[in-house]
Design a protein around this ligand. Structure first.
Ligand SMILES: Cc1ncc(C[n+]2csc(CCOP(=O)(O)OP(=O)(O)O)c2C)c(N)n1
Length: 257
């Protein structure tokens, strides 16, 4: 039996941004990558900079960011996104250049590139998705995996005495004089999604000011490899993950309100 719903008097509260291509997603149901893709591209469209924006896609689940984001994109090898972004921004200083990277990409193989780009104060925006795991390759332990967290390479749970401790990237890069704006956010509830959008907007605007690097860390989920439902994963972020990764502004010298 069909249900008739009249949409005549309904207010439209959401629309796909033209900054996203009309394609089906490959992300797992519940994954935060798609949300952050949307926020990034809404920002680009609202700023009217679609033809002046260049994104750098990483390896990892977001390797196909260029299938979704309707701007010029360049793929970088594992960990090299900040180095590629540096080169592009220096050649095209009036373009808006951003990297979009997972924690395996940014904080493992790409640690050096990330730290040095931030230390040089490259005028780019780094969007860093921290899901505490290597998502794409089957859920191995990442530098961001927390104590006791079970992964495919730490089936008994991460043991700090054997595996070392997590790397809190925002805290580290905020110490570097080259960064102008560093904030850690999350996308596990609607209020936080809205805050993340504001932060991405500020990070893009900061490129106008040419004062340095903006670093936006987004705590996200990988419910598939965490072996949880999306609802459980969002709760686990609140109950457990954010204790290791507290949200907040670590540095803001942009002067942007
Ligand atoms: C040079 C290089 N080394 C290793 C790999 C294998 N690799 C592909 S994706 C990936 C893990 C990425 O994990 P993360 O950056 O955390 O992103 P996620 O999939 O969780 O979004 C690895 C190790 C690769 N593609 N290229």
């Amino acid at each position: 039996m069909g249900i008739n719903v009249s949409t005549e008097n309904m207010e439209k509260v959401f629309e796909r941004t033209e900054g996203l291509k009309k394609v089906k997603t490959h992300y797992c149901p519940g994954c935060g990558h798609g949300v952050v893709h949307r926020l990034t591209m809404e920002t680009v469209m609202e700023l009217g900079i679609q033809d002046k924006t260049i994104g750098i896609a990483p390896v990892g689940c977001s390797v196909f960011a260029y299938y979704y984001m309707n701007v010029d994109m360049q793929q970088a090898a594992h960990g090299r996104a900040c180095a590629v972004a540096t080169g592009i921004k220096r050649m095209l200083p009036n373009h808006y250049v951003f990297t979009y990277q997972g924690d395996g990409d940014l904080a493992a193989i790409g640690t050096a590139e990330t730290i040095h780009a931030c230390s040089r104060g490259e005028n780019i925006t780094i969007i860093f998705i921290n899901n505490a795991i290597y998502g794409m390759t089957g859920g191995q332990m990442a530098p961001t995996t927390i104590e006791g967290q079970k992964t495919s390479t730490s089936p008994e749970g991460r043991d700090y005495s054997m595996d070392g401790m997590p790397i809190n990237m925002s805290e580290i890069v905020a110490l570097l004089p080259g960064t102008v704006y560093v904030e850690r956010l999350a996308v596990n509830n609607p209020g936080r999604v809205r805050k993340t959008k504001k932060a991405i907007m500020k990070a893009f605007k900061a490129q106008e000011l040419k004062k340095g690097t903006s670093f936006i860390e987004v705590v996200s989920n990988c419910n598939t490899n965490w072996k949880m439902t999306p609802v459980e994963a969002n709760k686990w972020i609140d109950d457990v993950l954010l204790k290791q990764y507290p949200l907040g502004v670590f540095k803001d010298e942009t002067g942007i309100k």
